[in-house]
Design a protein around this ligand. Structure first.
Ligand SMILES: Cc1ncc(COP(=O)(O)O)c(C=O)c1O
Length: 382
């Protein structure tokens, strides 16, 4: 029998275990070994694996209607869009539903270029916004751009967190400034206080749109539903994805009222907004609100950060994070430590070559956080 590694494209770095079951913050491999999913499978499973609200909503929808094009109204889709607008910063008014984070970013970019009639885009160094050609243009890491960098859209990259640099680069020709509220794939970097207020002011002054990519930091991960809410700034477009539908594929671009509707026929997605995934997202959002996952994330995030900072290992350069979005930058390569953690039943994830990322499901019990800190301290010592 051929292995998955032999069958798949070759693009994916495999971790060498086969996962067959999940429940809450836990996953199991085909040998029955249990792991704490400390990466929420790359930030997707915020409401936990096999969340009961998601299962119930999907099962009900499965027997009613799996798919209908978004040219027909559907109650699950309508409910979801209403919910998304309700939980967004005030002024956000319309939703474009798609199937992934990269599509949400593509949607925002395309609409912005059309809407403003401008051509220039500003993004941040270390940014990650996706891997399709438009979103990849705003993804900084040269290794992701290798072989196609000369085919990408021109983007001016500025230092994340440096408002002066942003002020100098944004002009009356800039269509948009695209930023993650906390950089995730770039190594979990928080902006300095006041940075996003400045970014908002600069965009307003020059007539550029502010697009905030909440694909990783959104949906209660950092202690608020959207991370941008920490900075008290209203963006023009919010991009979301990953955890919004409890593990099913969905992305969305949420548009500010001031932008008006997208021109009819200017964009579309066959599977975007399909009833099954909308039902899953309604279940996931209901769970997030009913169980105050933002509050959990804030409280448990403090406990986690305190625990990690308390380890005091010589191997650690810095511990960064907000809520349950945490990166530990090591002084050496993280690979061996990630493998040692996996061996001990902790499935953390990498970002870059030296940062270990902890993005647990927000339903993770506090004891599992303490256990992770203890195991990580052992691994760093070992
Ligand atoms: C901030 C951010 N934007 C966009 C994306 C792309 O999302 P997707 O992999 O669903 O296309 C990611 C994925 O990691 C991300 O972290």
């Amino acid at each position: 029998m051929l292995s998955e590694e032999q069958l798949e494209s070759g693009a994916v770095t495999k971790r060498g275990i086969e996962i067959v079951r999940g429940d809450g913050s836990r996953i199991w491999d085909s040998n029955g070994k249990e792991y704490i999913d400390m990466g929420a499978s790359y930030g997707v499973c915020n409401v936990g694996h096999c969340n009961p609200y998601v299962i119930e909503a999907v099962q009900k929808q499965l027997s009613e209607l799996i798919y209908v094009s978004s040219s027909y109204d559907n109650p699950a889709r309508r409910e979801l869009m209403e919910r998304l607008i309700e939980i967004s910063p005030s002024g956000m008014a319309r939703v474009f539903l798609c199937n992934s984070g990269t599509e949400a970013v593509e949607t925002a970019l395309k609409f912005t270029l059309k809407h403003t009639g401008r051509t220039k885009v500003v993004a941040a160094k270390r940014a990650f916004h996706g891997r399709t050609l438009g979103s990849l243009s705003m993804t900084f890491n040269p290794s992701h751009r290798e072989g196609v960098s000369d085919k990408l859209f021109p983007v001016d990259f500025v230092t994340f967190g440096n408002a002066g640099e942003l002020n100098d680069i944004v002009t009356e020709e800039t269509a948009a400034v695209v930023l993650e509220p906390i950089q995730g794939e770039g190594g979990v970097h928080l902006p300095p206080e006041g940075y996003f207020k400045e970014a908002r002011r600069i965009c307003d002054e020059k007539g550029a749109l502010l697009i905030v990519d909440e694909v990783q930091a959104g949906m209660c991960r950092t202690g608020k539903i959207f991370a941008i809410q920490h900075y008290e700034v209203t963006p023009d477009i919010i991009c979301i994805g990953k955890s919004i539908a409890g593990g099913l594929p969905m992305g969305a671009a949420i548009l500010h009222d001031k932008l008006g509707p997208m021109p009819k026929g200017s964009h579309g997605s066959t599977f975007g907004g399909n009833p099954l995934v909308c039902a899953a997202a309604n279940g996931a959002l209901r769970y997030m609100i009913d169980h105050d996952l933002s509050g959990r994330s804030e409280t448990l995030g403090k406990r986690f950060l305190e625990g990690l900072r308390g380890i005091g290992s010589m191997q650690v350069r810095e511990v960064r994070g907000m809520g349950l979005m945490i990166g530990v930058e090591l002084k050496t390569r993280s690979g061996p430590y990630l493998s040692a953690l996996l061996e001990k039943g902790i499935a953390a994830i990498p970002t870059g070559s030296t940062v270990i990322r902890f993005l647990p499901p927000l339903v993770v019990p506090g004891e599992e956080i303490d256990m992770t800190v203890k195991t990580f301290a052992e691994v760093l010592d070992g």
